[in-house]
Every structure is written in structure tokens, then in C-alpha cells.
Design a protein around this ligand. Structure first.
Ligand code: TMP
Length: 404
């Protein structure tokens, strides 16, 4: 990909991770026939969007056996309940408000909107995941959100007071079509907001494993503000979220005489200080990534040579980039335990590391575990007090490799 998907300018490559499988593509049996693509990210010097160089057709990632369920973490449950309450407050003055969530997953957020008796629609193309949300009384449509589907929704339900999405707006390659859809569906004083991993945090804390097939865009205030303008929208607020290793929630409104929060300038100033509006700001990133990978391999080999069992903790999509780029497989990490029942018995994409149950980990008590769900560290450390008390050690790899 040479042209920016937003503004069609020539992009500049930041880093290539080489051939990668689908991050969430857990397999029944490791095989050399797994689908691969070249994972690389590029920067647009005109609109500042950081984006994947090559994308994967959405049907390969989001299908009827998609393995990502949002409600696997108590921390995220809490986070999304808080977000639902925030939405309910925002529409407090509306008579018959209508809330649309793009990528409603298993209903982790929108079930609270449904419970409050508010008119709503979840959009979730992965049918198996959408089915889960229906059990909570969520009204859900299994389509991809774009201009056409937005027009259909508008016809059936009228304008939306809130359109929102979490960890999904960065997934959609044809983002211009999503924004066109938002411009059609949003009421004149409505809010469109979304939260996604924040490129500032990724660069600053070196959390490069946020880079994988599903994440087509790596947003900043700089790039979202340009994208919004293109579609008659304005970035009016930014609120940092302490989830997924650092996320940003962007609030957009139709361009009128909006009051823009001082946070927008504050965060954009931070981004410019890190030079995220120039290729230069991303150059040290590759060097830091390579250091983490080589330090981690050196540590795992040393522990292995001392006879220790090393396991992984949580079979996350994120770990696919690290494992495949660093070339780590079952010879170094015997298995990864995970609490998602449908992942157990499968193998991690590319690396072929088997996924075992959480109970397996509890019985096995490996001396070392690599924390692949570092974004849930607080919750996991609270849960694993006993394991750590008895000598169990977590290997953390961001921002650098440490043992805790
Ligand atoms: P995420 O980091 O993309 O949210 O993925 C979370 C994965 O981690 C999911 O497969 C469930 C797993 N997990 C555990 O196995 N144990 C835990 O305590 C937590 C919080 C998550």
C-alpha cells in the first residue's frame, strides 16, 4: 500500500514485521497452510494517519467462529458499565433517545443501555458473538456499518443521538464509508465517539503488539481531527482511557459552533512533542521493538536451560505479533492458559503454542509465565497473589523485559 486510505497521499513505511498469520486465528492443528499476510505499518505525512500497509479481507477475521469475546475480563466489564452510565447521562435531556453501538460484540456495553429501556441498536457482524448479546435483550443487527447500512438504520429508526464504538473503529479499512454513514445517521446535536489504542501510548511504552491485522488504523488527535473534518465533523473532546495498555476516546460532533474542550489541544501538543506528525517520531520505535524481542528470547532460553517450565498467561490476539516476529514457539513457551472456553484445545496462530485451560495452569504451577494480557495486569496480579506467593513469576515485556 503506497496511498493513504484517508487522503490518498503517498505514505512512508515505519516498520515491517514480515509474514504474519491472523492474530485471532487460533487453529485446530498447527499447519504450514495457515493464511499469512505481510504485517507492516505506514505513516501519512499529510493527514498523519498511521495505518497498516496491507490488510486482510474482513471475512477472514470476523466470522461465525470469531474467538474474541469482550466480557472475559472483570476490568473491561466495569469499564463498559461506566461508559454506559456516561452515555445515559449524555442523553438525559432527550425524549426518545436512540443509541447505536458499532461493534457491540457480546453486549458488554450496550446491554446496560438495553436494561435502561433506551432505544438502541448494536451492530455486530460476527454472528456467534452477536447471538450472545441477544440473551441480554440487546437489539442487534449483523451487518458491517457503512453509508448504506447507516441509511437503512436511519430509515427504520430515525437519527441517532449517540453513535459509539470501542476497539472497532480502528478495525474498519473503509473508514471513510463509516464516517459517511455517521454523518448521515447522527442527529445535529448528537455525539459520535470511539475509543481505540492510542498511537502515542504505543510509541511511548513500546507496546507494538497492538499492531496486528485487525487494527488497520492507529489513531491520534492529529489524525482523527483531519479525518473528522473531511466528513463535516469536528473533534470536540479527548478522554484518555486506562485500558488496552492506553486508549483514547475521541468525541466528535457535526461542525457547528461547537465548544471544543481544552483537552484536544493538550493531547495534540503532547503528540507533536513526540513528533507524531513526522516520520521521525516513529524511527526509534523499530529499534526498541527489536531490543524487546531479543531480550525476551535471551531470557526464555536462559530459564529453559536452567530447566524451568515456561508458560504463557492469556492467549491474546496481541501476542501473535510478538510470538511470530520474535520466532517464539512451543520449544520456549510450552503452552498458554486462557479462560475463554472456546480457545482451549486450539493452537496459537503461527507459533503453534497449545492453549490450555486456566485449571491446567493452576495444577501445573509453572515457575514462569509470560504475561500476554499485560493490559489486564492489575486484575491478574490481584487474582494470582497465591501463585506469586508460592514463587510463581510473571515475565513482563513492556516497556522492557522484566520479571515480577
Ligand atoms: P484482550 O487482552 O484482547 O482483552 O484478551 C484477553 C484474553 O485474555 C482472553 O482470551 C481472555 C484472557 N484472559 C485470561 O485468560 N485470564 C484473565 O485473567 C484475563 C483478564 C484474561
Amino acid at each position: 500500500m503506497k496511498q493513504c486510505r484517508i487522503c490518498n497521499s503517498n505514505t512512508q513505511q515505519i516498520i515491517s514485521f514480515g509474514k504474519m498469520p491472523i492474530a485471532n486465528g487460533f487453529v485446530k492443528k498447527p499447519s504450514s497452510k495457515e493464511f499469512v499476510f505481510t504485517l507492516k505499518i505506514a505513516f501519512c505525512p499529510k493527514c498523519y494517519m498511521v495505518q497498516l500497509g496491507e490488510t486482510v479481507p474482513p471475512e477472514k477475521m470476523f466470522h461465525d467462529h470469531y474467538q474474541f469475546f469482550s466480557s472475559t475480563s472483570k476490568g473491561m466489564e466495569k469499564h463498559f458499565k461506566k461508559l454506559a452510565n456516561h452515555i445515559i447521562k449524555l442523553i438525559d435531556n432527550k425524549k426518545k433517545p436512540f443509541v447505536v453501538e458499532i461493534g457491540s460484540n457480546d453486549g458488554i456495553m450496550i446491554k446496560h443501555i438495553a436494561n435502561a429501556g433506551i432505544r438502541h441498536l448494536g451492530i455486530e457482524p460476527s454472528v456467534n458473538v452477536a447471538e450472545v448479546s441477544k440473551k441480554f435483550g440487546v437489539n442487534v443487527s449483523s451487518v458491517f456499518f457503512n453509508k448504506k447500512t447507516a441509511l437503512d438504520i436511519n430509515k427504520k429508526y430515525g437519527k441517532a443521538d449517540i453513535i459509539c464504538g470501542s476497539n472497532v473503529i480502528c478495525h474498519i479499512e473503509n473508514i471513510n464509508s463509516v464516517f459517511e454513514g455517521v454523518a448521515e445517521l447522527l442527529s445535529d446535536d448528537g455525539y459520535f465517539f470511539f475509543e481505540e489504542p492510542y498511537i502515542y501510548d504505543i510509541v511511548k511504552s513500546n507496546s507494538f503488539d497492538q499492531i496486528y491485522d485487525e487494527h488497520v488504523y492507529y489513531y491520534s488527535g492529529l489524525s482523527v481531527s483531519n479525518l473528522a473534518k473531511k466528513h463535516g465533523l469536528e473533534l470536540v473532546d479527548m478522554k484518555h482511557q486506562d485500558v488496552h495498555g492506553g486508549s483514547m476516546r475521541y468525541y466528535l460532533k457535526k461542525i457547528t459552533k461547537n465548544k471544543v474542550s481544552t483537552s484536544v489541544k493538550k493531547y495534540i501538543d503532547h503528540e507533536e512533542k513526540l513528533k507524531l506528525h513526522e516520520l521521525e517520531g516513529y524511527l526509534s520505535f523499530k529499534k526498541k521493538i527489536d531490543t524487546v524481542c531479543s531480550d525476551l528470547i535471551r531470557l526464555l532460553k536462559k530459564l529453559k536451560s536452567q530447566g524451568h517450565t515456561i508458560a504463557g498467561y492469556a492467549a491474546t490476539s496481541k501476542s501473535t505479533t510478538l510470538l511470530n516476529y520474535a520466532g517464539i514457539g512451543p520449544a520456549l513457551i510450552e503452552y498458554t492458559s486462557d479462560t475463554t472456553p472456546s480457545k482451549i484445545g486450539l493452537f496459537a496462530p503461527g507459533s503453534g503454542i497449545p492453549v490450555k485451560s486456566y485449571q491446567y495452569f493452576l495444577d501445573d504451577k509453572p515457575r514462569y509465565v509470560v504475561l500476554f494480557a499485560y493490559n489486564h495486569k492489575k486484575e491478574i496480579f490481584a487474582k494470582e497473589v497465591e501463585y506469586r506467593k508460592k514463587g510463581g513469576k510473571f515475565i513482563i515485556y513492556f516497556p522492557k523485559v522484566t520479571i515480577e
